[in-house]
Design a protein around this ligand. Structure first.
Ligand SMILES: Cc1cc2nc3c(=O)[nH]c(=O)nc-3n(C[C@H](O)[C@H](O)[C@H](O)COP(=O)(O)O)c2cc1C
Length: 349
């Protein structure tokens, strides 16, 4: 019987498990990725970064902010978007020759982004309408990445719209062009992030290729991860929105899958205490400050705090304080107030 939780091989890269953090613009910063690893994510991926930007935008190259990689966080993939094979080739060469960036584990190609800004330049999901160009981009990326020993993976959608739901032939094309693994998000470009992901198309892609396939869309728990794996046979699952403000979800899912694999092995435990939650948030903040400096790190943390405390009692009060926080100390004070009020409300209930 195939296990739900298992190591995964992507080209020459061996991953400890088959759970991955989905790339998310504005969420999967370096600090967050490191925390997801600590909670058991087998792979994380940066948000999409412009291949052309890496080649030509001096400001992007000066601070590498979106790309910053920490040796502590491998395995991590760098996700590139663009529409010119030459841009990908050059960007990968720059990455491969950079002392830190070259420590990334793989290069992931974005062929699923539905944002108008990205589509206008023929990148992201627009490439699903132009398989010939997509194939050339993959081939040229694979060739450039081979020189540095990095596998190339591709992330795409069910298709452009229901009329052009070409995920299966597109997956075959990616494999033929040299991709080492694929991620299929079961929504069309037209659906953006609405409705439910189509898990059937994930299964169809899995059956169409021999390389490893990650399924993406609507995995929120150990049960939904197990359902997706059982229904589609995918090799791995990517977890996106459910992990926002909730990096311990990886521990919960890994424990839940391991329990389903071997219920004799003990009980699953994915629960974290509020004290741990505050510690995780503090670690995320400190990671951002380490990367961006105190002022920018505190600013960047605002959106992340909103995600950590969405729907929790006292969460909106904390969010208000975080919006005016100017220093690390301000954020820690707001967190301490929240934690104290939370503990009090537990005593009273
Ligand atoms: C805020 C946000 C940003 C995203 N940014 C990216 C991105 O940069 N690259 C990418 O390939 N997918 C991106 N995605 C798509 C996710 O990786 C994932 O495929 C999708 O959200 C479905 O999974 P989920 O239901 O687990 O969230 C993004 C999704 C969200 C919600």
């Amino acid at each position: 019987v195939n296990k739900l939780l298992h190591p995964l091989q992507i080209g020459t890269l061996r991953l400890e498990n088959n759970l991955a953090l989905a790339p998310m613009a504005g969420t999967t910063d370096r600090s967050f990725r490191i925390i997801c690893h600590a909670f058991g994510a087998g792979l994380t991926i940066t948000e999409l970064v412009s291949a052309r930007g890496i080649c030509h935008d001096a400001s992007l190259r000066r601070n590498w902010r979106y790309l910053a990689i920490d040796p502590a966080e491998v395995p991590v993939g760098i996700q590139l978007f663009g529409s010119e094979p030459a841009d990908f080739r050059m960007a990968i060469q720059i990455i491969g020759n950079h002392p830190l960036l070259s420590q990334c584990s793989l290069i992931d190609l974005n062929m699923g982004c539905p944002a108008a800004k990205v589509l206008r330049s023929g990148a992201g999901a627009a490439l699903m309408q132009n398989p010939e160009l997509a194939g050339r981009i993959i081939e040229s990326s694979v060739r450039a990445a081979e020189a540095f020993g990095k596998p190339v993976t591709v992330k795409f959608r069910k298709g452009w719209d229901t009329g052009l739901a070409n995920a299966v032939p597109f997956a075959r094309l990616c494999e033929a062009a040299g991709a080492s693994a694929l991620t299929i998000h079961g929504r069309t470009r037209e659906q953006m992030y609405g409705g439910f992901a189509d898990w059937q198309v994930i299964g169809a892609v899995k059956n169409a290729v021999r390389i490893a396939v990650y399924g993406s869309g609507d995995v929120k728990s150990a049960d939904s991860a197990a359902d997706l794996i059982r229904l589609t046979g995918v090799d791995g699952v990517m977890i996106g929105r459910a992990a926002q403000g909730c990096p311990w979800l990886f521990q919960e899912i890994a424990a839940g899958l391991a329990w389903q694999d071997d219920s004799e092995g003990g009980f699953s435990s994915g629960v974290i205490s509020m004290q741990e939650k505050v510690a995780v948030v503090t670690r995320h903040l400190d990671g951002l400050i380490g990367l961006l400096g105190e002022a920018a790190g505190v600013r960047e943390m605002r959106g992340q705090l909103t995600r950590y405390f969405k729907g929790t009692p006292g969460g909106s009060e904390l969010k208000k304080k975080a919006m005016s926080a100017a220093s690390r100390q301000d954020v820690l004070a707001a967190l301490a107030d929240w934690h104290r009020d939370w503990a009090k409300s537990c005593e009273n209930s």
